[in-house]
Ligand binder design. Structure first.
Ligand code: GLN
Length: 310
């Protein structure tokens, strides 16, 4: 494994160039209209290591909507707040269904398959809404602390757009409430969920904010414990089996890193004891994962020999 990333800059640039023109292989998410306004040709990538180096190429300093990547941070907050009780209300199995599927939730009596599909993240949003006096502020301040950057913001335009087109998420939340698995009022819970999805961050900020998952729960920059080593292990396990939705098996097969995508086009991959890769390109494949973002992570992992299965 290459420890010193300073000489990788040129390689990252070449990788970004190699992907230009491939954006037509995917489609920008348009079920949230504000996301369809983003230029599909943007491509960014960043690598941050636990020994304090960060490099990037392309549009790696342009903020984008983190969308489902926010599910990781919400999960950390909920695990820290209610501990193992959480696992009575949400499972840790792959779903084998699209990220916003509703059908399984009915069969399984309102218990989501895992915390990184929409149903699971809405359940987490319920925990946060019910257990924090101001969960949205708590979420934003958690992100700012992790990225060590007070400029991180909520994109109000994306938030409004999600709120106005959030019927499927509302349906998932109401279905879970009908099974008694939701405490909060649904509008409040949805407002939290859409807020966390609307946080805007760039590749560099995201890669840095997730270093604790590559470092047994400890932020290597500040030495602060963000979560226990056991919970970092558990989150990485869930990301390995479910983070790329219904493409998680193929991603484990071909890449072999805990990863998470968002419909804003971001992809993050955790390399335990090494660092974090974050890529961004808006066009998505049929699973809702960024086509180019997935290619970039895959190429970097291959180039550097990074896999948890070696
Ligand atoms: N906000 C999006 C939704 O709820 C997040 C989905 C995603 O990024 N996969 O549909």
């Amino acid at each position: 494994m290459i420890k010193d990333i300073s000489n990788l800059q040129a390689k990252l640039q070449a990788l970004v160039l190699s992907q230009q023109g491939l954006h037509a292989q995917g489609q920008v998410a348009d079920y949230i209209p504000a996301l369809a306004e983003i230029c599909p040709k943007k491509i960014g990538v960043s690598i941050a290591t636990i020994d304090g180096n960060t490099i990037g190429a392309g549009d790696y300093k342009i903020p984008f909507s983190i969308q489902s990547i926010s599910k990781i941070f919400g999960l950390v907050m909920a695990m820290n707040r209610i501990g193992d009780d959480l696992w009575q209300r949400v499972n840790m199995e792959p779903s084998g269904q699209p990220f916003n599927s509703i059908i399984q939730l009915e069969w399984e009596k309102g218990i989501p398959r895992n915390p990184v599909i929409n149903a699971g993240a809405l359940l987490i949003a319920d925990v946060l809404t019910s257990r924090f006096s101001s969960s949205k502020l708590a979420f934003l301040s958690f992100m700012r602390t992790l990225a060590n950057d007070e400029t991180i913001y909520i994109d109000k335009h994306v938030y409004e757009s999600e709120l106005n087109h959030g019927n499927r998420n509302a349906a998932l939340a109401y279905l879970m409430k009908s099974f008694g698995n939701i405490e909060a009022e649904i509008p409040e819970l949805l407002s939290h969920y859409f807020t966390q999805c609307s946080v805007a961050m760039n590749c560099e900020q995201l890669a840095n904010s997730l270093l604790f998952l590559a470092n047994k729960g400890v932020d290597p920059k500040t030495k602060k414990v963000i979560c226990s080593a056991r919970d970092a292990h558990r989150i990485n396990a869930i990301l390995s089996t479910s983070g790329m939705y219904d493409q998680s098996g193929e991603f484990a097969f071909s890449v072999g890193l805990p990863a998470k995508s968002g419909v804003g086009g971001g992809v993050i991959a955790i390399v335990p004891n090494y660092g974090v890769i974050c890529s961004w390109s808006p066009p998505l494949n049929k699973f809702g994962n960024s086509v180019i973002g997935t290619n970039l992570v895959s190429n970097i992992a291959q180039e550097l020999g990074l896999s948890i299965y070696h």
